[in-house]
Ligand binder design. Structure first.
Ligand SMILES: [Zn+2]
Length: 324
């Protein structure tokens, strides 16, 4: 089974310390987040993750987009929509994605060499990097609408944002993303309009040639069947922090989709035992079959300590090894 992460990793921006980095800082070319990204890549590879991320080290999943996309802004810690949402003239994440691929290649010569899909099945020997965007529904519902759009009718903003994110996803694919992941945690909250969300995800992923995953953490009991109707290849959910989610798999017709099987609780510092994780994965295998499972933690790991995040990833990959 392919092992991946949801995205974020504990990030420690580093102030310039060497003479050359201090000089670079004077000229505005020192990047505090580059060491944090390299550390996230290093830890993921060392823990045995196949499909890694850039660690999303530059900020949280809302502000990283709301602070940059035309029509959106961040004031204090409030994200706002203040004008018509338009695509960015340049990519937000492509250079970090390229840096992640290059860093990974330096650490391991297995990266970026194999095909992710072989005859429609995921290649378990695959090593690559995923590109991640926050979904249009989650982004709009996390913002205060203060201009251009009607406060009570968020659909127009969601669709405009979908077109803006489509451009970003194209940049990420071009930069070498093996998978595109759309984070839509708001779809499990009951406040999102599923039909608009579905239409928006279809816009974002239109003409994308790599597999698309949609991450929806939270309770999925009432929406799982709807999620399986989205035009994506992988639906990624949490099963460790919310064990009752497993019931959603019991009688589901997956309609050709793979399930991202979150099996590590990312909300608590306590590291689970390999046995507990492998038992949970085994329950998933019994319900939907190993060939339909991609193994990952429940959600991003930003809020954990680095030691805990690494130990949890290592436990997860060991649990998968036990079962293979
Ligand atoms: Zn999540």
């Amino acid at each position: 089974m392919l092992k991946t992460v949801v995205g974020s990793y504990p990030a420690f921006p580093q102030e310039p310390s060497s003479v050359s980095s201090k000089i670079a800082d004077l000229f505005g070319s020192y990047d505090r987040y580059k060491p944090a990204l390299e550390l996230a890549v290093h830890d993921q590879i060392k823990a045995g993750i196949d499909l890694i991320s850039d660690g999303q080290v530059r900020g949280d999943m809302i502000e990283a987009f709301a602070g940059k996309i035309p029509g959106m802004t961040v004031e204090g810690n409030i994200s706002k929509i203040v004008g018509k949402i338009k695509p960015l003239p340049h990519s937000l994440g492509a250079s970090d994605l390229k840096l992640t691929i290059n860093t990974a290649k330096k650490i391991s010569n297995e990266f970026d060499k194999s095909e992710l899909l072989i005859k429609g099945k995921f290649n378990e020997n695959f090593k690559g990097v995923k590109g991640i965007v926050t979904g249009p529904t989650t982004l709009v519902l996390s913002c205060r609408i203060e201009g251009f759009y009607d406060k009570d009718k968020k659909d127009d903003a969601i669709i405009d944002l979908a077109w803006a994110l489509k451009k970003e996803v194209e940049y990420l694919e071009e930069a070498g993303a093996a998978v595109i992941q759309i984070d839509e945690p708001f779809l499990s909250t009951g406040v999102a309009d599923i039909n608009t969300a579905k239409k928006a995800v279809e816009i974002v992923t239109k003409d994308i040639n790599v597999p698309v995953s949609m991450h929806v953490c939270g309770g999925i009991g009432s929406v799982f069947n709807d999620l399986l109707g989205f035009k994506v290849d992988i639906v990624d959910c949490e099963f460790a922090g919310l064990p009752e989610n497993i019931h959603a798999l019991e009688s589901s017709n997956l309609r050709g989709k793979k399930i991202g099987f979150g099996c590590i609780d990312t909300k608590k510092e306590e590291v689970e035992t390999t046995e507990d994780v492998s038992d949970l994965i085994k329950m998933g295998i019994d319900l939907i079959g190993e060939e339909n499972m991609i193994i990952d933690p429940d959600c991003g790991m930003r809020m954990l300590s680095r030691e805990t995040a690494f130990a949890k990833l290592k436990t997860m990959t060991e649990a998968v090894e036990w079962l293979s």
